[in-house]
Design a protein around this ligand. Structure first.
Ligand code: NAD
Length: 503
């Protein structure tokens, strides 16, 4: 067997192996890409202890924000120099088509590191205030780092999700234990390496691996972890929420979605067709904010679906490393089977598979985990395919008669991550956007993710926001410090309440 790289954990500045290993396999070919140390709850404990010691020792916390920002910037520069290598790692471990991996997986992550570095320099870690009545006092309102943060990320956009957590957490002076999904850890090993090479002290950023329920669960419950930032499924998010709330930990949850894409009657149809496909089929639908429900007005429905199907047939399903590829594989055999089960359940509930619905034919697709881009029509809002997250290249098309009905359908799921509106009338679209229960609404676009946009969801899509101008707020705790300048007790609350006199 050809030798493949072996990836390690990183605890207290040292690279650590384990007796157990994972295999990382290319989702397009099932070839072995790398092996990975498989961590345990003991490794989780060691990593938390290292992060706690580094926080208490204070070197990073007390480093001036401008120098912390410089470390983030240097790391971004170092990663940018290796971007081709990172793109290749990403494509090989999670099957992202190469153009998507360049633009989103790597490009977005680096932009975010740089933007948070810039924000850290102008963030008000401390602002003066004054209390003029009843007595003169000076006050400082401080935003202080929280302490040890656990960052748990999924396999679909590991570097993006890690950067959304790591950059503001480090900029604010926290220490971190990062836990990737065992299927896609390789780019995260590199971000840790480059941050330390850029000047991050040992113990500030630790990386551990291991099975989610066991090792992720240990982080969530660990009494020394003061902030948990979790990105993953709503099912696991529920569990994290329950366990983190026991002792009032800070929490950010970025969870699943079933985002609605509403086409209005006056939309530019060709743009909306392309947009609807991009929203649902990019990365084979394995994106939390995928526009997996398409809401079409009765008047446009048939012609629109016809154009969609014609356009789907032009998509190239192939090797994700080929720059001409539009659609690559799914992450695993289990996920592929889940997607195919969702399609067959939709058929049983009375929906029509208008195109796709199976594994593509051809020798290339006998290995790897493939599903054809699939369009399902005759979907009603009560069907499972209109309610459940599929996380695959499956677009459920629903009809509506009035805009009121479209809004009701769009809001009629447990999720609230993203939504889209296609219209030539910006004001009408903005009015609808105001009524949609979603953390992001894209008008005549999808996946606009510049680093100054906050991202997150409402309802069962999560709690809190990542990225954006307020990302550091999520990794700091506000503290008011006041100094009495009056030199006496007169007029003070305690003398008023207790009637005490100065000795
Ligand atoms: P998952 O919830 O199974 O796993 C996510 C991470 O949590 C992994 O690192 C996993 O090892 C860990 N984990 C698993 N069980 C755990 C537990 N009991 N305690 C602590 N950690 C645990 O997610 P998945 O199905 O692999 O990923 C896809 C899901 O993630 C989809 O639902 C998708 O919508 C969601 N997602 C959301 C966002 C967002 O920003 N809202 C982004 C990407 C993915």
């Amino acid at each position: 067997m050809q030798a493949v790289p072996h990836a390690l954990m990183h605890i207290d500045g040292k690279w650590i192996d384990s007796t157990a290993h994972y295999e990382i396999r290319n989702p397009a070919t099932e070839e072995l890409v790398a092996t990975l140390a498989k961590g345990s709850t003991e490794h989780a404990d060691q990593a938390v202890a290292a992060a706690k010691a580094a926080f208490e020792e204070g070197t990073w916390r007390d480093t001036p924000p401008s120098e912390r920002a410089a470390v983030l910037r240097r790391a971004a520069d170092r990663l940018a120099q290796r971007s081709n290598e990172l793109v290749r790692l990403q494509v090989n471990e999670n099957g992202a088509p190469v153009r998507l991996a360049e633009a989103l997986h790597i490009g977005t992550s680096l932009a975010h590191l740089r933007y948070q570095a810039e924000l850290a320099q102008r963030y008000l870690f401390e602002r003066p205030s004054a209390m003029l009545a009843p007595v003169l006092a000076a006050a400082l309102i401080r935003r202080e780092p929280i302490g040890v943060c656990a960052a748990i990320v999924p396999w679909n956009f590991p570097l993006v999700h890690a950067a959304w957590k790591i950059a503001p957490a480090l900029a604010a002076g926290n220490t971190i234990v990062l836990k990737p999904d065992e299927r896609a850890p390789l780019t995260l090993v590199e971000i840790v390496r480059e941050l330390e090479a850029a000047g991050l002290p040992p113990g500030v950023l630790n990386l551990i691996t291991g099975d989610g329920p066991e090792v992720g669960g240990r982080l969530v419950e660990h009494p020394h972890v003061r902030k948990i930032s979790f990105t993953g499924s709503t099912r696991v998010g529920h569990d994290v929420l329950r366990r983190a709330s026991d002792d009032f930990r800070h929490l950010t949850l970025e969870l699943g979605g079933k985002s609605a894409n509403i086409v209005l009657e006056d939309a530019d149809v060709q743009t909306a067709v392309d947009g609807a496909l991009f929203a649902c089929m990019a990365y084979s639908g394995q994106i939390c904010a995928a526009g997996s429900r398409l809401l079409l007005p009765d008047t446009l429905h048939d012609a629109f679906v016809e154009r969609l199907i014609a356009r789907v047939k032009t998509l190239r399903i192939s090797d994700p490393l080929d720059p001409l590829t539009d659609i690559g594989p799914l992450i695993s055999r289990e996920k592929r089977d889940h997607v195919l089960d969702c399609v067959s359940a939709a058929r049983k509930q009375g929906a029509r598979i208008a195109c796709g619905g199976g594994v593509p034919s051809g020798a290339r697709f006998t290995r790897g985990h493939w599903v054809e881009p699939t369009i399902i029509t005759d979907v009603t809002p009560d069907m499972r395919i209109a309610q459940d997250e599929v996380f695959g290249p499956v677009l459920a098309v629903l009809r509506y008669r009035t805009v009121e009905e479209a809004i009701e359908i769009a809001n009629g799921t447990d999720y609230g991550l993203a939504a889209g509106i296609w219209s030539r009338d910006n004001q009408a679209a903005l009015d609808i956007a105001a009524r949609l229960e979603a953390g992001a609404v894209w008008i005549n676009d999808w996946y606009a993710l510049p680093p100054h946009f906050p991202l997150g969801g409402c309802k069962q899509s999560g709690i809190g926001r990542e990225s954006g101008d307020h990302a550091l707020d999520e990794y700091t705790e506000e503290k008011a410090v006041s100094i009495d300048l009056s030199g006496g007790v007169e007029g003070k609350l305690y003398s008023l309440v207790l009637g005490a006199e100065a000795p």
